[in-house]
Design a protein around this ligand. Structure first.
Ligand SMILES: Cc1cc2nc3c(=O)[nH]c(=O)nc-3n(C[C@H](O)[C@H](O)[C@H](O)COP(=O)(O)OP(=O)(O)OC[C@H]3O[C@@H](n4cnc5c(N)ncnc54)[C@H](O)[C@@H]3O)c2cc1C
Length: 289
Protein backbone atom coordinates (compact mmCIF):
# COMPACT_ATOMS: atom_id res chain seq x y z
CA UNK A 1 0.00 0.00 0.00
CA UNK A 2 1.17 3.58 -0.65
CA UNK A 3 1.04 6.29 2.00
CA UNK A 4 -1.52 9.05 1.57
CA UNK A 5 -0.05 12.20 -0.10
CA UNK A 6 2.25 14.44 1.93
CA UNK A 7 4.60 17.40 1.46
CA UNK A 8 8.31 16.97 1.98
CA UNK A 9 10.89 19.33 3.48
CA UNK A 10 14.62 18.87 3.97
CA UNK A 11 15.93 21.56 6.35
CA UNK A 12 19.67 21.88 6.93
CA UNK A 13 19.60 23.28 10.48
CA UNK A 14 17.79 22.42 13.70
CA UNK A 15 16.22 25.88 13.74
CA UNK A 16 14.84 25.40 10.23
CA UNK A 17 13.52 21.94 11.13
CA UNK A 18 11.60 23.30 14.09
CA UNK A 19 10.44 26.29 12.03
CA UNK A 20 9.26 24.01 9.21
CA UNK A 21 7.12 22.23 11.71
CA UNK A 22 5.72 25.45 13.09
CA UNK A 23 4.84 26.87 9.66
CA UNK A 24 2.89 23.82 8.59
CA UNK A 25 1.00 23.29 11.83
CA UNK A 26 1.27 19.59 11.09
CA UNK A 27 4.17 17.31 10.34
CA UNK A 28 6.48 14.61 11.53
CA UNK A 29 10.24 14.37 11.66
CA UNK A 30 11.63 11.71 9.37
CA UNK A 31 14.98 10.17 10.28
CA UNK A 32 15.79 6.65 9.03
CA UNK A 33 12.13 5.95 8.29
CA UNK A 34 12.31 2.31 9.39
CA UNK A 35 9.28 2.67 11.67
CA UNK A 36 7.64 5.76 10.21
CA UNK A 37 7.49 4.86 6.52
CA UNK A 38 6.24 1.39 7.30
CA UNK A 39 3.45 2.80 9.47
CA UNK A 40 2.59 5.38 6.80
CA UNK A 41 2.42 2.71 4.10
CA UNK A 42 0.11 0.67 6.33
CA UNK A 43 -1.84 3.92 6.87
CA UNK A 44 -1.57 3.53 10.64
CA UNK A 45 0.16 6.93 10.71
CA UNK A 46 -0.85 9.86 8.51
CA UNK A 47 0.93 13.18 8.22
CA UNK A 48 0.55 16.10 5.80
CA UNK A 49 4.26 16.89 5.93
CA UNK A 50 7.48 14.96 6.43
CA UNK A 51 10.43 16.94 7.72
CA UNK A 52 13.53 15.01 6.75
CA UNK A 53 16.29 15.60 9.31
CA UNK A 54 19.04 13.69 7.47
CA UNK A 55 20.74 16.82 6.13
CA UNK A 56 21.08 18.57 9.49
CA UNK A 57 24.78 18.84 10.22
CA UNK A 58 26.08 17.69 13.60
CA UNK A 59 23.17 15.43 14.56
CA UNK A 60 25.28 12.32 13.96
CA UNK A 61 28.20 13.26 16.20
CA UNK A 62 29.53 11.13 19.07
CA UNK A 63 31.92 12.68 21.59
CA UNK A 64 33.36 12.51 25.09
CA UNK A 65 33.04 16.04 26.48
CA UNK A 66 35.39 17.92 28.83
CA UNK A 67 32.77 17.36 31.54
CA UNK A 68 33.24 13.59 31.09
CA UNK A 69 29.82 13.13 29.51
CA UNK A 70 29.25 11.02 26.44
CA UNK A 71 27.07 12.67 23.79
CA UNK A 72 25.38 10.75 20.99
CA UNK A 73 23.62 12.68 18.24
CA UNK A 74 20.03 11.54 17.69
CA UNK A 75 20.73 10.89 13.99
CA UNK A 76 23.39 8.25 14.75
CA UNK A 77 22.45 4.93 13.24
CA UNK A 78 22.75 1.74 15.29
CA UNK A 79 25.67 0.75 13.06
CA UNK A 80 27.50 4.01 13.63
CA UNK A 81 27.20 3.67 17.42
CA UNK A 82 28.31 0.04 17.28
CA UNK A 83 31.51 1.02 15.44
CA UNK A 84 32.31 4.30 17.15
CA UNK A 85 35.70 4.32 18.95
CA UNK A 86 34.44 6.40 21.92
CA UNK A 87 31.53 4.02 22.54
CA UNK A 88 33.72 0.97 22.05
CA UNK A 89 36.25 2.28 24.55
CA UNK A 90 33.96 3.57 27.29
CA UNK A 91 30.67 1.68 26.88
CA UNK A 92 31.43 -1.54 25.00
CA UNK A 93 28.10 -3.01 26.12
CA UNK A 94 26.27 -0.26 24.20
CA UNK A 95 28.40 -0.93 21.13
CA UNK A 96 27.50 -4.60 21.31
CA UNK A 97 23.80 -3.82 21.93
CA UNK A 98 23.66 -1.63 18.80
CA UNK A 99 25.54 -4.25 16.76
CA UNK A 100 22.72 -6.68 17.54
CA UNK A 101 19.61 -4.52 17.10
CA UNK A 102 17.20 -5.80 14.45
CA UNK A 103 18.88 -6.75 11.17
CA UNK A 104 21.61 -5.23 9.00
CA UNK A 105 19.15 -3.16 6.91
CA UNK A 106 17.53 -1.58 9.97
CA UNK A 107 20.90 -1.03 11.70
CA UNK A 108 22.27 0.77 8.63
CA UNK A 109 19.56 3.45 8.48
CA UNK A 110 17.58 3.23 11.73
CA UNK A 111 18.68 5.78 14.32
CA UNK A 112 18.89 5.87 18.08
CA UNK A 113 16.69 8.99 18.11
CA UNK A 114 14.00 7.31 16.02
CA UNK A 115 14.12 4.28 18.29
CA UNK A 116 13.53 6.41 21.41
CA UNK A 117 10.91 8.70 19.86
CA UNK A 118 8.81 5.85 18.50
CA UNK A 119 8.27 4.59 22.06
CA UNK A 120 8.06 0.89 21.17
CA UNK A 121 8.33 -1.07 24.46
CA UNK A 122 10.11 -4.03 22.83
CA UNK A 123 13.30 -2.09 22.19
CA UNK A 124 16.92 -2.46 23.26
CA UNK A 125 18.48 1.03 23.59
CA UNK A 126 15.96 2.64 26.02
CA UNK A 127 16.67 0.03 28.71
CA UNK A 128 20.41 0.58 28.65
CA UNK A 129 20.15 4.35 28.25
CA UNK A 130 17.85 4.51 31.29
CA UNK A 131 20.37 2.46 33.29
CA UNK A 132 23.11 4.86 32.12
CA UNK A 133 21.00 7.76 33.49
CA UNK A 134 20.86 9.34 30.05
CA UNK A 135 19.18 12.67 29.40
CA UNK A 136 17.63 13.71 26.12
CA UNK A 137 17.96 17.18 24.65
CA UNK A 138 14.67 18.27 23.05
CA UNK A 139 14.55 21.42 20.97
CA UNK A 140 11.25 22.97 19.95
CA UNK A 141 9.65 26.30 19.15
CA UNK A 142 9.41 27.16 22.84
CA UNK A 143 13.07 26.39 23.60
CA UNK A 144 15.33 23.55 24.69
CA UNK A 145 14.74 21.15 27.58
CA UNK A 146 16.41 18.10 29.10
CA UNK A 147 14.38 14.99 29.88
CA UNK A 148 15.68 11.86 31.62
CA UNK A 149 15.10 8.68 29.63
CA UNK A 150 13.21 7.34 32.66
CA UNK A 151 10.68 10.16 32.22
CA UNK A 152 10.62 10.22 28.41
CA UNK A 153 8.49 7.19 27.55
CA UNK A 154 4.97 7.66 28.92
CA UNK A 155 3.32 4.49 27.69
CA UNK A 156 3.32 2.21 24.67
CA UNK A 157 4.18 4.31 21.55
CA UNK A 158 3.76 7.51 23.59
CA UNK A 159 6.48 9.85 24.85
CA UNK A 160 6.52 13.24 26.57
CA UNK A 161 7.99 14.83 23.43
CA UNK A 162 5.82 17.58 21.96
CA UNK A 163 5.15 17.06 18.23
CA UNK A 164 7.35 20.03 17.25
CA UNK A 165 10.27 19.03 19.50
CA UNK A 166 13.29 17.56 17.80
CA UNK A 167 15.42 15.15 19.83
CA UNK A 168 18.93 16.36 19.09
CA UNK A 169 21.35 14.69 21.53
CA UNK A 170 21.50 11.90 24.10
CA UNK A 171 23.88 12.62 27.01
CA UNK A 172 25.08 10.41 29.85
CA UNK A 173 27.97 10.39 32.30
CA UNK A 174 30.96 8.31 31.27
CA UNK A 175 30.54 5.08 33.26
CA UNK A 176 32.98 4.49 36.10
CA UNK A 177 32.16 0.82 36.62
CA UNK A 178 30.78 -2.20 34.79
CA UNK A 179 27.92 -1.74 32.32
CA UNK A 180 26.13 -4.95 31.34
CA UNK A 181 23.16 -5.85 29.18
CA UNK A 182 21.30 -9.07 28.47
CA UNK A 183 18.18 -9.71 26.42
CA UNK A 184 16.02 -12.62 25.41
CA UNK A 185 14.05 -12.62 22.18
CA UNK A 186 11.81 -14.96 20.23
CA UNK A 187 11.60 -12.82 17.10
CA UNK A 188 13.41 -9.69 15.99
CA UNK A 189 12.58 -7.55 19.00
CA UNK A 190 13.44 -8.27 22.64
CA UNK A 191 10.87 -10.09 24.79
CA UNK A 192 12.66 -9.05 28.00
CA UNK A 193 15.90 -7.17 28.57
CA UNK A 194 17.93 -6.09 31.60
CA UNK A 195 20.68 -3.48 31.88
CA UNK A 196 22.84 -2.84 34.94
CA UNK A 197 25.31 -0.02 35.60
CA UNK A 198 27.48 0.19 38.72
CA UNK A 199 29.38 3.21 39.99
CA UNK A 200 32.42 2.09 41.93
CA UNK A 201 34.59 3.27 44.78
CA UNK A 202 37.78 1.74 43.44
CA UNK A 203 39.78 2.46 46.59
CA UNK A 204 37.30 0.71 48.89
CA UNK A 205 36.36 -1.88 46.23
CA UNK A 206 32.68 -1.29 46.81
CA UNK A 207 29.63 -0.35 44.75
CA UNK A 208 28.65 3.24 45.48
CA UNK A 209 25.45 3.04 43.45
CA UNK A 210 23.73 0.72 41.01
CA UNK A 211 21.12 1.39 38.34
CA UNK A 212 19.13 -1.60 37.12
CA UNK A 213 16.45 -1.37 34.45
CA UNK A 214 14.17 -4.09 33.13
CA UNK A 215 12.74 -3.42 29.69
CA UNK A 216 10.01 -4.78 27.42
CA UNK A 217 8.01 -6.19 30.36
CA UNK A 218 5.77 -3.17 30.69
CA UNK A 219 5.30 -0.10 28.52
CA UNK A 220 8.71 1.34 29.43
CA UNK A 221 11.97 0.38 31.17
CA UNK A 222 11.42 -0.05 34.91
CA UNK A 223 13.88 0.30 37.80
CA UNK A 224 14.49 -2.68 40.08
CA UNK A 225 14.56 -0.49 43.18
CA UNK A 226 14.96 -3.33 45.67
CA UNK A 227 18.07 -4.60 43.88
CA UNK A 228 19.53 -1.10 43.46
CA UNK A 229 19.14 -0.43 47.19
CA UNK A 230 20.56 -3.82 48.17
CA UNK A 231 23.72 -3.36 46.07
CA UNK A 232 24.73 0.03 47.47
CA UNK A 233 27.92 -0.23 49.55
CA UNK A 234 28.52 -3.93 48.84
CA UNK A 235 31.77 -5.61 47.86
CA UNK A 236 31.82 -7.96 44.87
CA UNK A 237 31.73 -11.08 47.00
CA UNK A 238 28.45 -9.97 48.56
CA UNK A 239 26.62 -9.18 45.31
CA UNK A 240 25.04 -12.46 44.26
CA UNK A 241 23.51 -13.47 47.61
CA UNK A 242 22.25 -9.92 48.10
CA UNK A 243 20.50 -9.92 44.72
CA UNK A 244 18.99 -13.37 45.23
CA UNK A 245 17.58 -12.31 48.62
CA UNK A 246 15.66 -9.30 47.29
CA UNK A 247 14.93 -10.34 43.71
CA UNK A 248 11.56 -12.14 44.15
CA UNK A 249 9.98 -9.10 45.84
CA UNK A 250 11.60 -6.65 43.41
CA UNK A 251 10.30 -8.59 40.41
CA UNK A 252 6.80 -8.81 41.88
CA UNK A 253 6.65 -5.01 41.96
CA UNK A 254 7.16 -4.69 38.19
CA UNK A 255 4.34 -3.95 35.75
CA UNK A 256 4.19 -6.88 33.33
CA UNK A 257 2.14 -6.97 30.13
CA UNK A 258 1.09 -10.41 28.99
CA UNK A 259 1.40 -10.55 25.21
CA UNK A 260 2.68 -12.78 22.43
CA UNK A 261 6.11 -12.69 24.12
CA UNK A 262 4.76 -14.64 27.09
CA UNK A 263 2.84 -14.76 30.35
CA UNK A 264 3.77 -12.67 33.40
CA UNK A 265 5.43 -15.49 35.40
CA UNK A 266 7.49 -16.55 32.41
CA UNK A 267 8.66 -12.99 31.76
CA UNK A 268 9.56 -12.46 35.42
CA UNK A 269 11.55 -15.70 35.28
CA UNK A 270 13.41 -14.43 32.19
CA UNK A 271 14.15 -11.13 33.93
CA UNK A 272 15.57 -13.03 36.92
CA UNK A 273 17.87 -15.14 34.75
CA UNK A 274 19.03 -12.13 32.74
CA UNK A 275 19.72 -10.07 35.85
CA UNK A 276 21.83 -12.81 37.44
CA UNK A 277 23.79 -13.16 34.20
CA UNK A 278 24.37 -9.41 34.21
CA UNK A 279 25.61 -9.66 37.80
CA UNK A 280 27.99 -12.50 36.95
CA UNK A 281 29.41 -10.49 34.07
CA UNK A 282 29.81 -7.37 36.19
CA UNK A 283 31.54 -9.39 38.92
CA UNK A 284 33.91 -10.91 36.35
CA UNK A 285 34.60 -7.44 34.91
CA UNK A 286 35.90 -6.29 38.30
CA UNK A 287 36.45 -2.66 39.19
CA UNK A 288 38.38 -1.29 36.22
CA UNK A 289 36.66 1.81 34.82
C1 LIG B 1 12.20 -5.42 11.25
C2 LIG B 1 12.57 -4.56 12.41
C3 LIG B 1 13.20 -5.10 13.50
C4 LIG B 1 13.53 -4.34 14.60
N1 LIG B 1 14.16 -4.90 15.67
C5 LIG B 1 14.53 -4.13 16.72
C6 LIG B 1 15.23 -4.68 17.85
O1 LIG B 1 15.57 -5.85 17.90
N2 LIG B 1 15.53 -3.84 18.87
C7 LIG B 1 15.22 -2.51 18.84
O2 LIG B 1 15.53 -1.79 19.78
N3 LIG B 1 14.58 -1.98 17.80
C8 LIG B 1 14.24 -2.75 16.74
N4 LIG B 1 13.59 -2.18 15.69
C9 LIG B 1 13.30 -0.76 15.73
C10 LIG B 1 14.44 0.08 15.13
O3 LIG B 1 15.47 0.21 16.07
C11 LIG B 1 13.85 1.39 14.79
O4 LIG B 1 13.00 1.12 13.68
C12 LIG B 1 14.80 2.50 14.41
O5 LIG B 1 15.80 2.74 15.33
C13 LIG B 1 13.98 3.78 14.24
O6 LIG B 1 14.82 4.80 13.78
P1 LIG B 1 14.48 5.62 12.48
O7 LIG B 1 15.54 6.61 12.33
O8 LIG B 1 14.23 4.71 11.31
O9 LIG B 1 13.09 6.29 12.92
P2 LIG B 1 11.91 6.84 12.00
O10 LIG B 1 11.14 5.69 11.46
O11 LIG B 1 12.43 7.84 11.03
O12 LIG B 1 11.06 7.60 13.10
C14 LIG B 1 10.39 6.92 14.13
C15 LIG B 1 9.58 7.93 14.95
O13 LIG B 1 10.42 8.81 15.65
C16 LIG B 1 10.25 10.18 15.23
N5 LIG B 1 11.60 10.72 15.17
C17 LIG B 1 12.68 10.17 14.57
N6 LIG B 1 13.78 10.87 14.86
C18 LIG B 1 13.39 11.88 15.64
C19 LIG B 1 14.08 12.96 16.28
N7 LIG B 1 15.41 13.09 16.20
N8 LIG B 1 13.37 13.83 17.03
C20 LIG B 1 12.04 13.70 17.14
N9 LIG B 1 11.31 12.71 16.58
C21 LIG B 1 12.00 11.81 15.84
C22 LIG B 1 9.53 10.10 13.91
O14 LIG B 1 8.73 11.25 13.67
C23 LIG B 1 8.70 8.85 14.10
O15 LIG B 1 7.55 9.13 14.85
C24 LIG B 1 13.25 -2.95 14.58
C25 LIG B 1 12.61 -2.38 13.47
C26 LIG B 1 12.27 -3.16 12.39
C27 LIG B 1 11.59 -2.51 11.20
Amino acid sequence: MLPSPFEFERPSTITDAVRAFGDSGDGMFYSGGTELLLAMKLRVIHTDRLIDIKSILGLDRIALTDANDIEIGARCTHNKIARDPVIRQYVPALSSLCANVANIRVRSVGTIGGNLCFGEPHADPPTMLAALDARLVLQGASGTRLVHVDDFIKSELETVREPDELLTVIVFPRPTGPVTYRRFKHGERPSVNVAMVWSMDAAASTITSARVRVGALGSRPQPLKGVEDALRGLSVAEVRPAIEAVLPTALDELEVNEDRHGAADYKRHLARVLLLRNADEAIAAGWSA
